[in-house]
Design a protein around this ligand. Structure first.
Ligand code: F0G
Length: 451
């Protein structure tokens, strides 16, 4: 059959609240037109992020009841460590409260001022943690990936020729590690091929540079490899993930994505000396190495989530439902980053609203209209977030895992297509107040035609 269904049934529900467009307009004004400042209870469908917003399973909730809250040597830690080692093969498994905490420890230990760290595309916390250390974060996406409309099976790949050139320019001694982010979140949730990971492995090994994976969405990436890369159709997602990890020296991981947990992260390595330094720092800021800032019950939820996320029925549904949203809007003329990614659909708001210049934030305008019209929260990824460095003016619709059903997605499609029909009426916005850093969280805006 061709209908894809949610491979779960619902045992516990959480009401969501309808509001009127008039009420939402008032909430927008009170929030300075910043969707981060709106209360969650005033949102109908929340697509701000897929991070920490998953629905946990009965298996995860049951495992949480046996959480061992011992300060040291918790059984829950050893269960998690076993699950992570079976999957990744990494000798050292260091828990942290979320992905960016693992990043901070990794870069503090491995980088020094002036170091250079390449990535296919750094996520913003990854870049910020590298820069905070005085090092330089360099993005090396495929040049073709700049074209949002181009269909490529592995548009998240790193440009390996550019990596070679950067190593020649900077010298391998100035490069403490090379990272690849799977899937490439900032690049549209696009996957990275096994061949690309193998090529990065080959280059880094030749130059003696450690190779790390930012593994937040490793399972979604594994599914794309199974579907799109010759030779992997008969592999299980777990086998593919195991091979990906076997090619790396370590990883950072946010358990808030592909482990269905509401909180948690991991730092893994094969290097005994590094692991010692990392654990010393962990004790200082996160906690003892058998809990790393998490409760024992969180460790249990992550261990079970890592098993569940590799279920082929789940992954098939997950990737198909994201593609369903993407195709249903793109095939009716709404430009998205093609092809649809794993965890999110990115509308190319710059292309959809050419009458709004980048400095009047077309992505923000669309985010505001989608909330006003339908109560849906999304996030601008463009000039509000990155200022003049923004490559595109995008609106991200990130899909929490196992949370919304097909009818929520159909409602969303209808809302977007209705806005598309009257898109010429959307207006630009300007910033009224903004903080010094990370302005997208707290800046306030006003419509340009209401000065
Ligand atoms: N790396 C990637 C690729 C991410 O997408 C994120 C988080 C992190 C690292 C940091 O992990 O949030 O647990 O500290 N991305 C979320 C998002 C916040 O909305 O895309 P964290």
């Amino acid at each position: 059959m061709k209908t894809i269904i949610e491979p779960f049934r619902i045992k516990s529900v959480e009401p969501i609240r309808q509001t009127t467009p008039g009420e939402r307009q008032r909430f927008l004004e009170a929030a300075g037109y910043n969707l981060f400042q709106i209360r969650a209870c005033d949102i109908l469908i929340d697509l701000l992020t897929d991070s920490g917003t998953s629905a946990m399973s009965t298996g995860q909730w049951a495992a949480m009841m046996r959480g061992d809250e011992s300060y040291a040597g918790s059984d829950s830690f050893y269960r998690l460590k076993q699950a992570v080692q079976d999957l990744t093969g990494f000798r050292h498994v260091i828990p942290a409260h979320q992905g960016r905490a693992a990043e901070r420890i990794l870069f503090t230990v491995m980088c020094k001022p002036g170091s250079v760290v390449p990535n296919n595309t750094h996520f913003d916390t990854t870049r910020a943690n590298i820069e905070y250390r005085g090092a330089r974060a360099v993005d090396l996406p495929l040049p073709e990936a700049r074209d949002t409309q181009l269909q490529l099976p592995f548009k998240g790949n790193m440009d390996v020729a550019a990596l070679e050139a950067l190593i020649a320019e900077e010298g391998p001694r100035n490069m403490p590690l090379v990272m690849v982010t799977v899937t490439n979140n900032s690049g549209g949730g696009q996957p990275v091929s096994m061949a690309n990971i193998e090529a990065i492995r080959e280059v880094t090994r030749r130059h003696g540079i450690p190779f790390y994976i930012d593994a937040c969405r490793f399972a979604e990436n594994a599914w794309f490899i199974r579907e799109r890369e010759p030779g992997y159709a008969g592999w299980s997602p777990r086998q593919i993930a195991q091979k990906m990890f076997s090619l790396a020296d370590g990883c950072t991981f946010s358990a808030k994505k592909d482990a269905f947990a509401n909180i948690g992260g991991l730092l893994c390595t094969r290097d005994d000396r590094l692991a010692e330094q990392e654990k010393d720092l962990l004790i200082l800021t996160e906690g003892f190495p058998t809990y790393g800032g998490l409760a024992g019950r969180d460790l249990e939820a992550i261990a079970v989530g890592l098993e569940e996320v590799l279920d082929p029925d789940y992954l098939q549904y997950r990737i198909a439902s994201t593609a369903y949203l993407g195709r249903h809007i793109a095939d009716h003329g709404v430009p998205i980053v093609e092809p649809p990614g794993g965890h999110a659909i990115y509308i190319d708001a710059g292309r959809m609203l050419p009458h709004i210049p980048a400095n009047q934030f077309p992505g923000q305008s669309l985010a505001i209209e989608l909330y006003r019209h339908a109560g849906v929260r999304s996030v601008e990824i463009g000039s509000v977030m990155f200022g003049e460095n923004a490559r595109h003016q995008l609106l991200r619709l990130a899909i929490p895992r196992r949370v919304y059903t097909q009818s929520h997605i159909d409602y969303l499609v209808e809302a977007i297509l209705e806005i598309d029909e009257r898109k010429e009426s959307l207006r630009g916005f300007e910033i009224v107040t903004q903080p010094e850093f990370l302005r997208h969280f707290t800046a306030t805006f006003r419509p340009v035609d209401k000065n």
